[in-house]
Design a protein around this ligand. Sequence first.
Ligand SMILES: Cc1cc2nc3c(=O)[nH]c(=O)nc-3n(C[C@H](O)[C@H](O)[C@H](O)COP(=O)(O)O)c2cc1C
Length: 189
Amino acid sequence: MDTFELLKSRRAIRNYENKPVEKEKIERLLEAATWAPNDRMREPWGFYVVQEEAKSRYERLAKEYLEERFPTKPHLVESSLKVVSTTPVIIIVTSDIVEGDEEATGDNEYAVCCAIHSMWLAAKDLGLGFVWRTRGVGLVRDRRLHEFIGSPNHKKIIGTVYLGYPDQESLEKMKPSKRTPFSDKTTWL
Ligand SMILES: Cc1cc2nc3c(=O)[nH]c(=O)nc-3n(C[C@H](O)[C@H](O)[C@H](O)COP(=O)(O)O)c2cc1C
């Protein structure tokens, strides 16, 4: 696929078929991520692939978080948990914290963002649906997610990626994506 076509057709896909994703395809996504640009070749990314039994544990974690966060919204909790249970693969992506070096730590985060975008594009290329989540069931800012991945020292969670084969019906119902023209966002100095 032509680069521009790939960039413009990439979408946030949140509904998946009840079908497992081949390990080779997950590995291709991870490989795509590792080719992202990164300052001084620190290669600051870490990946935690959540499937099967680990996904049941993730669901329990999400339930705890959602019930705490939305005590008066049981329907929201239920529908959010359904999102987790119907997602075949979840990948938690971390960035290395460089102790005492805020700038390097910041640059590491930028590199990890690039890595996630590379995975997103690769997913599109492989016929997979993909979304980067931070809020809600992404759990990115919840300390329990850090504990879930083993409380690694000097690692910050940047994104939780949900993926699977796209549900065709939902795909057909998706509204086209829009963007503000670059001219509205650009100052030529
Ligand atoms: C840093 C970041 C965080 C995001 N967090 C969420 C999220 O928590 N939940 C969600 O459904 N989508 C999330 N998204 C996906 C965006 O909502 C989506 O990319 C946006 O609506 C544009 O749609 P498109 O990707 O189909 O063009 C996130 C995207 C980024 C880059």
